[in-house]
Design a protein around this ligand. Structure first.
Ligand code: DOR
Ligand code: ZN
Length: 345
């Protein structure tokens, strides 16, 4: 049987929520990954170090003792984030970045930033203190077409942030377009990007042809095939600017299969297996370890992991759902389908 042994990977973009949903999802991540960057878009959001520490504690308590898993915390940038908040974050070994959600861009982003210029002093402090800025890169103007929102954010906002703060380390999260790949590729080394499994596997036809399929709905929304191809090329290029970030974003099944369905794909249950499938199909399994296990750690200036994991090429069926507190359901990406790589226990 074909096997693939890798340095243990990390997930550089993950939503785990709180309470029962956290308990359902966290061990799916912890069985594969050594570390994960934990998104702060709770309600209310995680905006300061003391909230991050109590959230980290809740995650630790929900994680099975059999795993050696470290949640890396992130603070949510608001209009009222202060320079002191940045100083405290920089001094905390638990906090690794700030996340910029343009207000209204996605799930729980209503307390996000409404005026970028107003947070420039905060960006200056982050640049000075070497704290990365993670960006949900979409404009929110109602008149801008949803499929153009990432491209226009890059043209109008990201390039301005980068010009004003040339040393600020930036991760353009979950890139979905050719333009994003091009911007990141041409930028200096302090600009990088994460790529999700769903944006590598699917284009917008998957979501919209033959009926609307809400489990493929996420933000930024799936784009056309040419963009997917650009993402595959970037992820498998061996460029250290592109690394693994699932954006696994659990929502209960009834909230996705809904007349106003939530955005987010639940991929954490098989994240490394999904990426292995993508890299295998692209004939680039030799590039998976850099993407999954090295480049993100290098960008965050953390040590690479030393433990190893092994994947086997063997078929298995994805469950139709995972139970949440015995009464609700969580539908995984590829529910009921067959995967071809499996992580050894
Ligand atoms: O699809 C998404 N879901 N995109 C995001 O940016 C947020 C996430 C969530 O928190 O559900
Ligand atoms: Zn996200």
């Amino acid at each position: 049987m074909q096997q693939l042994t890798l340095t243990q990977p990390d997930d550089w973009h993950l939503h785990v929520r709180t309470g029962e949903l956290l308990k359902t999802v966290i061990n799916h991540t912890a069985r594969q990954f050594a570390r994960a960057i934990i998104m702060p878009n709770l309600q209310p959001p995680v905006t300061n170090v003391s909230q991050a520490l109590s959230y980290q504690q809740e995650i630790h308590q929900a994680t099975s003792g059999e795993y050696n898993f470290t949640p890396l915390m992130v603070l949510y940038l608001t209009n009222t984030t202060t320079i002191e908040d940045v100083q405290q974050a920089a001094a905390s070994s638990a906090v690794h970045a700030f996340k910029l959600y343009p207000a209204g861009a996605t799930t729980n982003s209503d307390q996000g930033v409404t005026d970028l210029d107003a947070v420039f002093p905060v960006f200056a402090a982050m640049e000075e203190l070497n704290l990365p800025l993670l960006i949900h890169g979409e404009v929110t103007n109602p008149e801008i077409d949803i499929f153009d929102r990432e491209r226009i954010f890059i043209e109008q906002k990201l390039s301005v942030i980068h010009q004003h703060f040339p040393q600020l380390r930036i991760v353009l999260e979950h890139v979905t377009t050719q333009e994003a790949v091009q911007f990141v590729t041409q930028a200096p080394d302090n600009i990088s990007a994460t790529i999700t499994p769903q944006h590598l596997m699917y284009n917008r036809n998957t979501m919209l042809v033959g009926g609307i399929k809400p489990h493929y709905y996420c933000l930024p929304i799936l784009k056309r095939e040419t963009h997917r191809e650009a993402l595959i090329e970037a992820a498998t290029s061996g460029s250290p600017k592109f690394f693994l970030g699932t954006d696994s974003a659990p929502h209960l099944t009834h909230l996705k299969e809904n007349s106003c369905g939530c955005a987010g794909c639940y991929s954490a249950y098989a994240a490394i297996e999904l990426y292995a499938e993508v890299f295998d199909q692209a004939g680039a399994l030799d590039k998976l370890e850099g993407f999954a296990s090295f480049y993100g750690a290098d960008f965050y200036q953390l040590k690479r992991n030393t433990r190893k994991i092994t994947l086997e090429k063997t078929s298995w069926e994805v469950p139709e759902f995972y139970s949440v507190a015995d009464k609700s359901r969580l539908t995984p990406l590829k529910a009921g389908e067959t995967l071809h790589w499996k992580l050894q226990a």
